[in-house]
Ligand binder design. Structure first.
Ligand SMILES: NC(=O)c1ccc[n+]([C@@H]2O[C@H](COP(=O)([O-])OP(=O)(O)OC[C@H]3O[C@@H](n4cnc5c(N)ncnc54)[C@H](OP(=O)(O)O)[C@@H]3O)[C@@H](O)[C@H]2O)c1
Length: 315
């Protein structure tokens, strides 16, 4: 099968096309023919070697942690899915300490059945592939960690990003008042997604305009500013930094979150999409080629993606 791999850490040019064996599903897995995947910042952080201290990658590494496609094989213990089902998932991806080729920049990938969900018919493969990693992260932080409830004042940093756009809409679904930060050209779009207040972070510090917040979702590693706007009982969760010990003593709720693959929560996100409460915003689409992935990584690293970058196999 065609796969886009890295054989070294480094620049986007390290993304090259290779022919790899089609993976074989274990008893609790299915094999998916991938129609679309997406690019997340973790992809280029791994490519650059930023995760070296946490993972001993064995090259070649196939990056990619989102997929939508069609099941072509089913493991012997899988009973809820069958060949031909259209599905989407946030699979485990490349194994940190073992097989590095289990990512989704490829024509096929294996996925544990409990991480899969049938793709809502109204969603394209590209839209479905844009949801899992970013959508699950937003859901887990807002619902499971920040316990956002109706009437809460919530700040979502970087509202125009892949995680931010889902987070604004999920927080509104939960009944919160939502402030967010963005460049001014994104204000109108974020208001349409439901943001009550959009702060141009180039012009204003959040600490100058926000106070007494119940929850801060930090996606940009600006923990001190986030903590400064909380009310005494407020909570902060970061997906981009690590609170210091001193910060955690002063604010015990301040914590880092790393997303967990979860098919059940993906179902709740899909239900919101089907109900028209969650829009999937796609910034751009590239083909599953070395040039396509290189361009997609450059765009993501540039730091101003609006919504999600998707990769499709049929372009
Ligand atoms: N821990 C986890 O499990 C986990 C999961 C997912 C993501 N992450 C991390 O979370 C971060 C966000 O992920 P993502 O997918 O949302 O990234 P992304 O889509 O690449 O985010 C891009 C957005 O960031 C905004 N931005 C950049 N600098 C900003 C600033 N100083 N203030 C406000 N907005 C700013 C840009 O907005 P403008 O164009 O409007 O300036 C752009 O829309 C990344 O570091 C990623 O690695 C962690």
């Amino acid at each position: 099968m065609k796969a886009i791999v890295i054989e070294n850490y480094g620049e986007p040019a390290e993304l090259v096309e290779r022919d790899l064996p089609v993976p074989r599903p274990a008893a609790d897995e299915v094999l998916v023919q991938i129609k679309a995947t997406s690019v997340n910042p973790i992809d280029w952080k791994v490519r650059r070697g930023f995760m070296k201290s946490q993972a001993s990658w064995k090259f070649p590494v196939v990056l990619g942690w989102d997929l939508a496609g069609v099941i072509t094989k089913v493991g012997k213990n899988v009973h809820d899915f069958q060949v031909g089902d259209e599905v989407f998932a946030r699979p485990d991806g490349p194994d940190l300490n073992g097989d590095g080729t289990r990512g989704t920049y490829a024509e096929y990938a294996v996925v544990k059945a409990n991480q899969l969900l049938l793709k809502p018919a109204q969603l394209s493969y590209a839209q479905a592939a844009a949801i899992p990693l970013a959508g699950l992260t937003a859901w887990q932080v807002l619902v499971d960690r920040l316990h956002v409830k109706a009437g809460d004042k919530v700040l979502v940093q970087a509202g125009a990003g892949g995680v931010g756009m889902f987070a604004i809409q999920i927080a509104k679904h939960l009944g919160a008042y939502v402030a967010t930060t963005a460049s001014p050209e994104n204000t109108e779009m974020l208001r349409k997604l439901g943001a009550d207040e959009v702060i141009d972070y180039h012009q204003q510090e959040i600490t100058a305009v926000l106070h007494d917040y119940d929850a801060v979702f930090d996606t940009i590693d600006q923990i001190p500013a986030g903590l400064a706007i909380l009310k005494p009982t407020g909570r902060l969760v970061t997906i981009a930094g690590q609170p210091t010990e001193a910060q955690q003593v002063a604010h015990p709720s301040a914590s880092h979150w790393w997303l967990q693959a979860n098919g059940t929560q993906l179902k709740q996100l899909a239900a919101l999409v089907e109900a028209g409460e969650l829009q999937v915003v796609i910034d751009s689409s590239f083909p599953l080629t070395a040039a396509g992935l290189q361009a997609a990584h450059k765009l993501s690293e540039n730091g101003h993606v609006h919504g999600k970058i998707v990769i499709t196999t049929d372009q």
